[in-house]
Write a protein that binds this ligand. Structure first.
Ligand code: KG4
Ligand code: ZN
Length: 357
C-alpha cells in the first residue's frame, strides 16, 4: 500500500538531548519536545556518555508522552515510528532505539531509521514548503562540520568534512578557555553579537589545500588559547601558561569572542564559496543552500549564509530556532519521505556510532 500522507512520531537520543516530536506529511510540526541534559554535563565541560544514557532512560517515556499529548494525538493515530539510529553515542542511541522498536512492534506499524546528519539538513524544511533541489548543504554542529551536495532529502553526497574539531566543538572550547561556561556556542555568540571584526585581533582562517572542501578548526582554537593565556612554557603535562582568562578585561573577552566568531564563520563562508565553484554542475545548478546543526542558531552564521545565498542566487533554508539544535521533529519530518516510498526497517536495525556519509 502506498500512501502520500503521514503522521509520524520521531525519537532522538543520540547525544545529550532526549527528544520526541509528532510531524504530519514531512513538514507540519504538531509537537517538538526536548529535554536537555546540559545541567548534568556542565561541571565536566562536555558530555559524559554514561551519564547521558542514564538520563535518557529516565526521560524517554515522559518526553514521548508529552509529545503525543501536546500534538493532541493518540498512539493509534501514529502511522510510523522514526528513530535517529546514527551517528551518536552508542549507549544514548540504544535508549531511543529500544523505545522506538518497542512502540513500532506493539503498535504493529513501520519502524524507520534516520541518519541524524541527514535530518539536520532537512530541518529547514519543517513548517515550510519543500526546498528545491539540487542543494548545497552545510551541517555545522558540535559533532559535525561538513558540506554536502543534496539531490533530494535522502540523496546526499559528502563533499568535505572537518579533519579535526567540529565548529561547535571549537566554540565550546573557546568558551572554556575564556571561562564563560558550557555549552559555549550560545554564550560566545551572545558576547560577540553585533561586534565587527576587531581591527587589531585577527585569528587565522584555515583553508587547507586550494581544492580542499575539508574544514580545520583546531588552529583557530589554539590561536585563541595562546592569545588569552600567552605562549606556553614546557611541554605536555608540564606545560604552563603565564596568564589565564581572569587576567582579561570584559572588553578584551568580548573582543576575543568577536574575533573568533568572525574567523570561524568567515572560514565556513569561504568554504561554501569554494564548494560552489568546484562542484556546481552547470546543467543542474544548485537552487538552494540548506543549513543545519546547532551552530545554525548562530547570529553571524545566519546573517552571513543568508547574504552568501543572496549573492549567489540561491534560496536559503535556515532552520527555525527550535529546529537548529538536536530535536526529533527533523527525524520525524525526514522519515515521511521514506514512509511514502515504503522504505521501512526491520527490528534488527542497529545503533551505529558513525554517519552513513
Ligand atoms: O546539533 P547540536 O545540538 O548537536 C550535535 O549534533 O552536535 O549542536 C550543538 C552545538 C554545541 O557545540 C553548541 O555550542 C553549538 O551547537 N551552538 C552554537 C550556538 N548554539 C548552539 N554555536 C554557536 N552559536 C550559537 N548560537
Ligand atoms: Zn546534531
Amino acid at each position: 500500500m502506498t500512501r502520500s500522507t503521514s503522521t509520524i512520531l520521531g525519537i532522538e537520543s543520540s547525544c545529550d538531548e532526549t527528544a520526541a516530536a509528532v510531524v504530519t506529511n514531512g513538514s507540519l510540526v504538531l509537537s517538538n519536545i526536548i529535554a536537555s541534559q546540559h545541567n548534568l554535563h556542565e561541571k565536566f565541560g562536555g558530555v559524559v556518555p554514561e551519564v547521558a544514557s542514564r538520563a535518557h532512560i529516565e526521560k524517554i517515556l515522559p518526553v514521548i508522552e508529552q509529545a503525543l499529548s501536546e500534538a493532541n494525538t493518540t498512539l493509534d493515530q501514529i502511522d510510523a515510528i522514526a528513530i535517529g539510529n546514527r551517528p551518536g553515542l552508542i549507549g544514548s542511541l540504544l535508549v531511543g532505539l529500544s523505545a522506538a522498536k518497542a512502540l513500532a512492534w506493539s503498535l504493529q506499524i513501520p519502524l524507520i531509521g534516520i541518519d541524524h546528519v541527514h535530518a539536520h539538513l532537512y530541518a529547514g524544511a519543517l513548517d515550510e514548503s519543500p526546498p528545491e533541489y539540487p542543494a548545497l548543504g552545510l551541517v555545522a554542529s558540535g559533532g559535525h562540520s561538513s558540506v554536502y551536495a543534496v539531490d533530494s532529502p535522502h540523496d546526499i553526497k559528502l563533499l568535505g568534512k572537518t579533519i579535526d574539531d567540529a565548529i561547535g566543538e571549537a566554540y565550546d572550547k573557546v568558551a572554556s578557555i575564556l571561562q564563560l561556561g558550557y555549552p559555549g556556542g550560545p554564550i560566545v555568540d551572545k558576547r560577540a553579537q553585533n561586534t565587527p571584526q576587531p581591527k587589531n585581533l585577527r585569528f587565522p582562517r584555515t583553508m587547507l589545500e586550494p581544492d580542499s572542501l575539508d574544514f580545520s578548526f583546531s588552529g583557530i582554537k589554539t590561536a585563541v588559547l595562546y592569545h588569552v593565556r600567552g605562549n606556553p612554557q614546557g611541554r605536555g603535562r608540564d606545560r604552563t601558561f603565564p596568564r589565564d582568562a581572569s587576567d582579561l578585561t570584559e572588553e578584551q573577552i568580548t573582543e576575543t569572542c568577536a574575533a573568533f566568531q568572525h574567523a570561524a564563520v568567515d572560514t565556513v563562508i569561504k568554504k561554501l564559496d569554494r564548494a560552489l565553484t568546484l562542484t556546481q554542475n552547470s546543467d543542474t545548478p544548485y537552487r538552494t543552500l540548506l543549513v543545519g546543526g546547532g551552530v545554525s542558531a548562530n547570529s553571524l552564521l545566519r546573517q552571513s549564509t543568508t547574504e552568501f545565498a543572496q549573492a549567489n542566487n540561491l534560496q536559503i533554508r535556515l532552520p527555525r530556532m527550535a529546529y537548529c539544535l538536536d530535536n526529533a521533529a527533523m527525524i520525524a519530518g525526514l522519515a515521511h519521505h521514506k514512509f511514502i516510498s515504503n522504505e521501512f526497517d526491520t527490528f534488527d536495525l542497529p545503533a551505529v556510532a558513525t554517519s552513513a556519509l
